[in-house]
Design a protein around this ligand. Structure first.
Ligand code: ACO
Length: 446
């Protein structure tokens, strides 16, 4: 099949949010630390009514309804997540309850787990399935979803929650470039969840930021080589970020995304330091890929300054959702793509290329690209991200802290009836009704 890619996207986020400027005050940190220092505006929060199953149910059912898809037409379904509740029982099997009425149980795929990267791995599995001899002519759906929350402390303002459902098949308007996926995977302890009774990770925050940037370097330089070989009219010519029109990065915080974009230009410059376009930043070439290059603030700021205008144009449309929702772990990079497609008109995106960088701690990372080959009008019509984000309910930092406390205390209970106020949920949202004496969860749709 030709042009395997994305036919539709659906993005779900909780209706409640906390304002990051108010959170700065509440936490007693200096004004601007979260909003300017981390680039975060608002953060989504849920009480005990939502979990990984409910947000996945919501996003899949909304996708299917908005796009008039029949459950019988789905032959593949995978969930990429790092939010684990029933351990051996996958979220995918919970989602099969939605297929019940259609009688379709012939749906391959299962959950893929890794911090922030499981969704991307599932997307690759889906694309591979459609391109393979196993394909049976039907669509694939991938769900990337997580509820991201941290213990009290410096990482707490980088939480969030969201779910993206991605409909994949041939002859799509947004097509995966073939032969250019460039990955970098290694064994690191930057972020992991060893405490099985807690939703909170064990995280080495500053180390994880450096791991992210190291992976940007490794994946991007490999991508540049693969892309030139496959798509450049003159493969001898050095690849530069200018060849990519839009970018979507995994966004743990939006400031890190800006640093990552600067780092792409830094990698380009190291390949071609004498080029006059780099005259103002050539002084940083001395750092090369040394250890120091990851810590030098002058280099980091210099490259952010150098790429400022391009960043506005190529990256800012994709981080609109992230700055307003927060980190969504596996869903983050796909929420960035949704954000971009939801707001960019055809004349700015048709026949253009989108670069994507997915990073998951531990670590697993890939740089890859997409090409827009047909109108993306239906993405704009159905996603409506801006208006839906504006329509949310603000809670105080105190209520935010209470919601997290409630989740902490009730996350793994059995024989439990959740207490969260269901009247705040958007119409069509699945919520947890009860966890019975055998830990079995039941859901209702608002
Ligand atoms: N006004 C403007 N900027 C400010 C202010 C202020 N008043 N105060 C601080 N800042 C800036 C700092 O200079 C810094 O920016 P810089 O790094 O560009 O210099 C930024 O705000 C953050 O301040 P720090 O002191 O570095 O913050 P802290 O150490 O408290 O925590 C961290 C930041 C490590 C990112 C923390 O939030 C964290 O651990 N987050 C979770 C880990 C994470 O998301 N890692 C990313 C990859 S892995 C993943 O996706 C989970």
């Amino acid at each position: 099949p030709a042009n395997v890619g994305i036919h539709a996207l659906e993005f779900y986020f909780p209706t409640k949010y906390v304002d990051q400027a108010e959170l700065e005050q509440f936490d007693g940190v200096s004004a601007g630390k979260y909003t300017i220092g981390l680039g975060q505006t608002k953060m989504a929060v849920c009480d005990d009514r939502e979990d990984i199953n409910s947000i996945s149910l919501t996003v899949v059912q909304n996708l299917v309804e908005k796009h008039n898809i029949s459950y019988s037409d789905i032959g593949f379904l995978e969930v990429g997540t790092e939010s684990i509740i029933d351990k051996s029982k996958s979220v995918k099997t919970v989602l099969m309850s939605l297929f019940e009425k259609s009688g379709n149980h012939d749906v391959v795929g299962i959950d893929t787990k890794n911090a922030c990267y499981g969704g991307t791995a599932s997307v690759f599995n889906a694309v591979n399935w459609v391109e393979s001899s196993s394909w049976d002519g039907r669509y694939a759906i991938v769900v990337a979803a997580d509820i991201a929350s941290y213990a009290e402390g410096p990482a707490r303002p980088t939480g969030g929650a969201g779910a993206v459902a991605i409909l994949i098949g041939p002859n799509a308007p947004v097509v995966f470039d073939q032969g250019v996926r460039a990955s970098h995977m290694n064994h690191l302890w930057d972020f992991y969840k060893p405490e099985l009774a807690s939703e909170y990770p064990t995280v080495d925050g500053h180390f994880s930021n450096t791991c992210y940037i190291r992976s940007v370097d490794a994946c991007y330089s490999l991508f540049a080589k693969k892309f030139s070989k496959r798509y450049s009219p003159n493969p001898e010519q050095l690849f530069k970020v200018q060849e990519i029109d839009h970018l979507a990065f995994h966004a743990p915080n939006c400031k890190l995304v800006q640093k990552a974009f600067g780092r792409l230009a830094y990698n380009d410059m190291l390949q071609d330091p004498e080029n006059e376009i780099y005259a103002s930043v050539k002084e940083f070439a001395k750092f090369g890929h040394s250890e120091e290059s990851y810590y030098d603030k002058g280099l980091e700021r210099g490259m952010m300054q150098f790429t400022k205008a391009e960043y506005q144009k190529k990256v800012v449309p994709s981080i609109y959702a992230s700055t307003n929702v927060g980190n969504m772990y596996t869903a983050s990079v796909w929420a960035c793509l949704s954000s971009l497609l939801s707001s960019t008109p055809d004349d700015e995106i048709l026949n253009k290329r989108i670069g994507m960088f997915s990073y998951g701690s531990g670590s697993a990372a890939t740089f890859f690209s997409l090409k827009v080959v047909a109108s993306t009008e239906k993405f704009r019509d159905t996603l409506q991200i801006q208006s839906r984000l504006e329509d949310r309910i603000k809670v105080t930092p105190q209520v935010f802290a209470e919601h997290l406390k409630l989740r902490e205390e009730t996350a793994l209970l059995k024989d439990y009836n959740p207490v969260g106020d269901v009247s705040t949920l958007a119409k069509g949202t699945y919520y947890l009704e009860r966890i019975d004496e055998k830990f079995r969860r039941t859901y209702i749709r608002a």
